[in-house]
Design a protein around this ligand. Structure first.
Ligand SMILES: C[S@@+](CC[C@H](N)C(=O)[O-])C[C@H]1O[C@@H](n2cnc3c(N)ncnc32)[C@H](O)[C@@H]1O
Length: 294
């Protein structure tokens, strides 16, 4: 399906990304890749078997990584979201290592889904506990409240727009002291608290077993730099959350999904027939907006 939403070109393909990317995209055409492949941890997808041997899984990772490398421009960014299960914590690292054949690992982010912050002497008067996670009942493992976002580029030298997702200085005197602090913002760093927003679904159930919030894609795209984000690709688009972020940011999008139901849900979301998530982050509350299309 091809559609134009808010002047954004959206191309959604219901096909295998390994075959689809070379057929649909020019080499080097993609500026930002934001994606989350299956983690091979036994998640119940409609069409994909998420429990194959580690060797087969990593070989498959290598196949799509190579195709992604061909599609990505030399100055592009690949943001790869991946988690694990407590009994198999090596998955993200094995995957990252396989991608090393085609990319340079430029940054590592932690997507924090839930956090408890103690009250302390820095003005935080009461402790806070925020976000959602799936609790596990175990004597060996703790609850898993984070995932990784690996930022890969071709040569490790992609300049980022750090303040596009910057956070306000707590100590305002820094704004006077540091030349780079004029916007009143500092770099957010590599721990990103992004809670799952409420999902609105008519069946009162999740339409996809392993989706990420559109805000995650939004932050990756903004960090890469809105001015350099001509085309964003998600080869494992699920129900289209990267596409949703693109439409709201005003960036063209292409995505692939093998499952008909998830693909149709993506089409529904993009054509405005379903609203599963609350809106994107209101960055105007965070100081100057550095995007080029607001
Ligand atoms: C972790 S989910 C991605 C979810 C997505 N980020 C979202 O928020 O909805 C991985 C998706 O990849 C799809 N998939 C698996 N193999 C694929 C392939 N070869 N080509 C395209 N999609 C594939 C699965 O059906 C699944 O929906």
């Amino acid at each position: 399906m091809k559609l134009t939403v808010n002047n954004v070109n959206v191309q959604l393909y219901m096909e295998d990304c390994i075959a689809g990317m070379p057929a649909r995209l020019e080499p080097g055409q993609v500026d930002v890749l934001v994606t989350s492949p299956p983690y091979n941890i036994g998640t119940t997808y409609n069409s994909y078997d998420d429990k194959i041997s580690r060797e087969d899984y990593l070989n498959w990772i290598g196949r799509w990584a190579q195709v992604c490398s061909d599609a990505l421009s030399d100055s592009g960014s690949l943001f790869l979201n991946i988690g694990s299960k407590p009994s198999d914590p090596w998955v993200p690292f094995d995957v990252a290592k396989r991608l090393q054949r085609y990319f340079t690992l430029q940054n590592v982010f932690h997507w924090v889904k839930s956090i408890y912050i103690e009250s302390d002497s820095y003005g935080q008067e009461t402790a806070i506990s925020v976000g959602h996670y799936k609790p596990i009942n175990s004597k060996r493992f703790v609850n898993d409240t984070h995932e990784y976002i690996f930022h890969f580029s071709k040569d490790g030298n992609v300049e980022l727009d750090r303040l596009a997702i910057g956070v306000p200085y707590k100590d305002k005197s820094n704004i006077e002291r540091w030349a780079g602090a004029k916007q009143g913002l500092r770099c957010r760093g590599n721990t990103w608290y992004i809670p799952y927003r409420t999902i609105h679904s008519s069946q009162d159930q999740r339409p996809h077993p392993a989706s990420f919030p559109p805000q995650l894609a939004e932050m990756c795209i903004r960090l890469h730099g809105m001015k350099k984000a001509g085309l964003v690709l998600d080869p494992f688009m699920g129900i289209g959350n990267t596409a949703l972020a693109c439409v709201q940011l005003g960036v063209n999008f292409a995505g692939f999904e093998i499952d008909r139901e998830y693909y149709q849900e993506a089409c529904r979301q993009l054509s405005g027939q379903a609203t599963l998530f609350d809106g994107l982050v209101d960055w105007s509350q965070n100081g100057e907006d550095t995007s080029n299309n607001q």
